[in-house]
Design a protein around this ligand. Sequence first.
Ligand code: PLP
Length: 426
Amino acid sequence: SQLSSLDDPEVKSIILAEQRRQRCSLELIASENFASSAVLTVLGSCLTNKYSEGQPSARYYAGNVNIDALETLTKARALKLYDLSPEWSVNVQPYSGSPANFAVYTALLNPHDRIMGLDLPSGGHLTHGYYTAKKKVSATSVYFESLPYKVDEETGLIDYDEMEKLATLFRPKLLIAGGSAYPREWDYARMRAIANSVGAYLLVDMAHLSGLVASSVVDSPFEYADVVTTTTHKSLRGPRSGMIFSRKELSDDIDKAVFPGLQGGPHNNNIGALCVALKEADSPEFKTYAKQVISNAKALSESLMEKGMKLATGGTENHLMLWDVRPLGLSGSKVEKVLERCSITLNKNSLHGDTSAVNPGGVRIGVCALTSRGMGVEEMGRVAGWLVRGAEIAGKVQEKTGKKLADFKVGMEEEEFKTEIDGLRD
Ligand code: PLP
């Protein structure tokens, strides 16, 4: 309905096709969700037209009386959602999660200071300092010295003893908790103790977990962290944006790092949409949703394991799981591509013990989006069945066609494959 006034047939048809894709497929990408129509409405509102560099009541542009009210309300809702005392402050201007993290580094560190975060192949995020033997991939590893900690190769769990040893040797100025593909709780208390022992700040990037933390269905990092960053579009189910929570004594530096350090004008349509999402998240319905996310993830992981599938760490304590497809003789990319042809979207992911980052041995599965569509534990059993069926098809295709299909292309005309897919669609 929002599209009815759009007089641009080319863009309209792309959007409608994407809408159809989202409606007609099973969305299992762990970082995605479906924002409410209220959030989408505010994203498309006149708030997008306004420049408002600066802070509420201290702007570099005129005409910001309404934007001041909006940003002030958004900050108040964010602090209330996480039940934060006046010791905490929040900045709601970051354009997204990556700029939020870089603003924290800009505020707390000098160039070439040392940082330690979870390695990307272990489930960490690029912005936590990722580099390879060949390349400093993330700007974070270009401007800061990064030494990652990893998960244990056998168990897939973070090895806190090893983290402590590394921290004692490396003496980072910033220790980072949080990741993009870690299915277990974080030991924030232990990480606080490690940070204290070397005089480091503790940053918790709760991007994946922020909706679950808000509903108290996973552990909260606020008791232990100096700074907490998050995206707002994953389990929190808001617009694509970012927030930085910090202890009051750091908040001036954080605010200055966001603007004028790193960004220009805030994206006020995103801030408005975030404001709406924060109110939605502060409701009994959202708490019910978050509980259901946890139950669904547990149900899906148990169903997969009952069907003989192997999951990293043997399960999940949050919204996501890592399916190890190596025992099936498959790679994560092949399973991802076959499932995409079956209208099931998820993503390949490296697993502990992987030898190739290009062709990793796992896929990451998250249930936030399907839970938003009203699916429950019963549906998770069926989803597990389809996932296993997809892997069987991937195996068959691999057997039949050999290596050539390691790079499976959409548009392939394999008769048997088409029949299998049609069977799966039924
Ligand atoms: N931090 C974590 C843990 C993430 O998983 C992500 C995104 O996936 C980000 C930061 C970056 O967020 P964005 O993609 O919004 O920049």
